[in-house]
Design a protein around this ligand. Structure first.
Ligand code: NAD
Length: 468
């Protein structure tokens, strides 16, 4: 009687990751099958995405904490809850947004009828960055599926925990044939970009933006580029400095300064800057305590490369407050620099970290000149109590958006299109604009056959035709 040797349980090989080309082909088949077009599919997908965010909030928040030390509340406010709001707003209005729009026809064409029908584009590629790795992947997804497209999502490899969590949850909750996640870095993204898409939606830096635009040109693929750059803040004489300081500090140091619409630097006259400084320092202490390194509400720099880059901007002779850092934890203290000039290194690139330079100007005119000498910003902030100052900025500057007396919050208005202009990007999204971005408004014209009113334009031509 022989004992049977213990059998090893059959091992399932790790699911091989499908090659980008195969993923895109699957998405295209799904789109061609027509499954994504009915309103019911779109609604089901949006509700399912909403459920995913609610049911798995804690896992997602933990991933965001692992990547960027975001607190659970901040993760809800700026990422998870943000997308839930975008879904709710979309579900409330989607039927109206999708309704064909009647267009009147010239009299000689009567009784023809014309309308605009919003048709989905097909397969959409969404490429997201690491700083709001959930929001910036899923907010475009909301628009793309609401518009009836199949979607391929490419999360940022620099937020690996969030990328992995989304790659796990999305196939469990959304239509696996039509919505795909491809994780990876340059190699995988390059492979994806070689494939034909019907729209590419890219958020990130301008250097990669150029790579995306070139790849898109090969297939004549339309693109949305959500880029960044330095978003200036001007503080006017007579501005409410205490409120300005609190709002600037909030906008700047949330996510440790790694926000595309964070106030990058502050322009003001010397008296304004000197009066503003104590309020800035007080607001930092109020929000993050005397030692922000132990604050639950203060984030960390995403990786060592960015840590050293941001740390390099802290020139000791310019430090007004803050300036401490710790490479082990990638901590950089909220830092205010004063006496910064336009040729300082910190003024040559988007800071994208918790360092706030104060730059002295002679007044409104010089501030506007400085802004117009540079790339068009993604956002421009003006703190003023004077309508005249506000109107000067509205009329004489160009930016993705202009906010008066508050930074960042324009993102929270779902029907304000969000996007840049010039170097800060092309195209926009959120709310209704997402539907416009991810659909084609197709003219559909129908002419009756009896009587044949088109006969007016048939040859042989007569002078009568010139009058119609
Ligand atoms: P990132 O490094 O995560 O890159 C963004 C995406 O591009 C990633 O998915 C990455 O895999 C991919 N990528 C990187 N190199 C590539 C290459 N050579 N070819 C193809 N794909 C490539 O993020 P980032 O660019 O550091 O993001 C920060 C920038 O994004 C800042 O400039 C910021 O202002 C901007 N930003 C803009 C918005 C906006 O909504 N307008 C939002 C957030 C960030």
């Amino acid at each position: 009687h022989s004992t049977t040797p213990p059998t090893t349980p059959p091992t399932t090989p790790p699911a091989a990751k499908a090659a980008p080309a195969a993923v895109v082909a699957t998405a295209r088949d799904a789109f061609r099958s027509g499954v994504t077009k009915p309103y019911a599919w779109r609604e089901t997908q949006l509700r399912s995405l909403r459920r995913m965010l609610i049911d798995h909030e804690l896992e997602l928040a933990a991933a965001l904490r692992a990547d960027l030390a975001k607190s659970t509340d901040e993760a809800w406010l700026t990422e998870i809850g943000f997308v839930v709001n975008e879904i709710d707003h979309t579900l409330r209005h989607l039927r109206t947004w999708l309704r064909p729009r009647r267009v009147s026809v010239p009299l000689w064409m009567a009784p023809a009828r014309a309308k605009l029908v919003r048709e989905p584009l097909g397969v959409v590629l969404v490429i997201a960055p690491w700083n709001y790795p959930l929001q910036l992947l899923l907010a475009p997804l909301v628009g793309a599926i609401a518009a009836g497209n199949a979607v391929v999502l490419k999360p940022s490899e620099l937020a690996p925990a969030t990328s992995a969590e989304l790659a796990r949850l999305i196939p469990e909750h959304l239509d696996r044939a039509a919505v795909h996640v491809v994780e990876g870095a340059v190699e995988e993204t390059t492979a994806l970009l070689a494939e034909p898409f019907d729209h590419i939606f890219y958020t990130g830096n301008g250097a990669v933006g150029r790579v995306v635009l070139e790849a898109a040109a090969k297939h004549l693929t339309p693109v949305t580029l959500e880029l960044g750059g330095k978003s200036p803040t001007f503080v006017d004489e007579g501005a409410h400095l205490e409120v300005a300081a609190r709002r600037i500090v909030w906008g700047k140091f949330t996510n440790a300064g790694q926000t595309c619409v964070a106030p990058d630097y502050v322009l003001g006259t010397r008296p304004v800057l000197d009066a503003l400084k104590p309020h800035l320092v007080a607001a930092i202490e109020e929000f993050y305590g005397a030692d922000p390194s132990v604050s639950e509400s203060y984030g960390r720099i995403v990786n060592e490369r960015h840590f050293h880059r941001v740390k390099g901007h802290i020139e000791p002779h310019l430090v007004h407050s803050g300036g401490r850092h710790d490479v082990e934890t990638r901590y950089i203290e909220p830092t205010i620099l004063d006496g910064v000039t336009l040729d300082s290194p910190v003024m040559q690139e988007e800071i994208f970290g918790p360092v706030l330079p104060l730059v002295e100007v002679s007044g409104v005119d010089e501030a506007i000149e400085i802004i117009n000498d540079r790339d068009k910003p993604l956002a421009l902030y003006v703190f003023t109590e004077r309508a005249q100052t506000m109107n000067r900025f509205v009329r004489d500057t160009s930016s993705g958006a202009l906010n008066v007396n508050v930074p960042v919050v324009h993102l929270g208005v779902p029907d304000l299109p969000f996007g840049g202009v010039g170097a800060s990007g092309m195209g926009s999204y959120h709310g209704k604009r997402s539907i416009e971005t991810f659909t084609h408004a197709k003219p559909v014209l129908r002419q009756a056959t009896r009587p044949d009113t088109t006969a007016f334009v048939y040859p042989p031509f007569t002078t009568f035709q010139r009058r119609v």
